[in-house]
Design a protein around this ligand. Structure first.
Ligand code: AHG
Ligand code: MN
Ligand code: MN
Length: 334
């Protein structure tokens, strides 16, 4: 339906009428994220120059403080979202509390809540390995005209209106869903324009890649240990290939294209796992399900979990549908 040189801007406009509550505001919101993504992309691309232009905490040549990229990405996304009269609340992995946005002439009339992991995989920045941004969008549940409350942020993933990620990789891509499939856009850095490069992205039903930090093996639940042994067994299309970047966004992106499973289980040292339900797992789960994949905590769908805290962690099993189902079988036994 779309030709290959459709830009993200065109795509957003053309799809506006298919949004469930179409008023143009969600389009504006995605446009704001598109803009912030370009700004952060520019900063990420310069990361290797920190030794030349200064480290975090230093004063740069313009007399400005150098900031850590995760702090900077956080500020850029929050600023860009606040500057538009669309968002009533923002929660970020980098902030202890949620932010209530109250634009001056429009007292608490905005509808949308945004949750973000501004820089995912940030430890990879220093070694020139791909990082990302993850975002999740909901409609507020408290009445318009009142300040947002925790209730607006603690909605189950099923209630997401849109979710997406940006991967700052060998090329920069923005991948998102508004509940009508998943589309991927690649940035042409010379023009600063995202083009539709990956229409209707789907996880292969099964795959041959498993992605897990096996260094933590001894601490994993027995079901995960057994599933890993299953992946490594010589039988049928196994052993599978192990690939783990340590940036959820990049590991997920590769597995969606090639077929695979990503696992961050709970362990005896991280009793709830590591990944955050609201900023990481729910948005990735929405994208996964929209791309015919699956996301689970080992026992039930991630998006059915009712959150209790802003920074809640959950075990995460996500990827090709049949692989996640197989991992769940192993979890059930032990
Ligand atoms: P963040 O940089 O936002 O804190 O997220 C890092 C996450 C995720 O991206 C990655 O898959 C995982 O942490 C890696 O954790 P381990 O180093 O424990 O494997
Ligand atoms: Mn993260
Ligand atoms: Mn982060």
């Amino acid at each position: 339906m779309f030709h290959k040189n459709t830009t993200l801007g065109e795509f957003i406009i053309e799809n506006q009428s298919s949004f469930p509550y179409s008023s143009g505001e969600l389009s504006k919101l995605i446009n704001a994220i598109r803009l912030a993504a370009k700004v952060v992309n520019h900063e990420v691309n310069k990361a290797g120059l920190v030794d030349i232009i200064g480290n975090a905490g230093d004063i740069n040549i313009q007399g400005e403080d150098q900031q850590k990229l995760d702090v900077l990405a956080n500020e850029k996304f929050i600023q860009t979202l606040k500057n538009r009269e669309i968002v009533c609340g923002i929660a970020s992995e980098e902030e202890d509390h949620f932010i209530s946005v109250n634009s001056s002439d429009n007292k608490h009339q905005n509808k949308y809540i945004v949750l973000i992991d501004p820089l995912d995989g940030s430890s990879n920045i220093d070694v020139n390995v791909s990082v990302g941004t993850i975002f999740s969008i909901y409609r507020r549940v408290t009445p318009l005209g009142t300040p947002v409350t925790m209730e607006d942020f603690l909605q189950p993933g099923r209630d997401q209106i849109a979710a997406g990620y940006i991967v700052y990789g060998t090329s920069t891509m923005l991948v998102y869903t508004t509940g009508d499939g998943v589309n991927g856009f690649t940035l042409n850095p010379a023009l600063g324009t995202f083009y539709l490069s990956h229409p209707n992205m789907e996880f292969p039903e099964t795959g041959k890649i498993y992605s897990v930090n096996e260094g933590n093996y001894v601490h994993f639940p027995q079901g995960v240990k057994d599933y890993i042994k299953y992946c490594q067994k010589e039988e049928g299309d196994r052993p599978y290939t192990s690939r783990y970047i340590g940036s959820l966004v990049s590991d997920f992106h590769r597995n969606m294209i090639k077929g695979g499973i990503y696992i961050y289980p709970k362990s005896s040292v991280a009793t709830e796992g590591k990944l955050r339900l609201l900023y990481e797992c729910n948005p990735m789960a929405f994208i996964a399900e929209q791309a015919k994949g699956k996301a689970s905590n080992g026992f039930k769908a991630i998006m059915d979990i009712v959150p209790t805290e802003l920074h809640q962690r959950v075990p995460f099993f996500c990827g090709s549908r049949r692989m996640v189902e197989k991992a769940e079988e192993f979890m059930k036994v032990k």
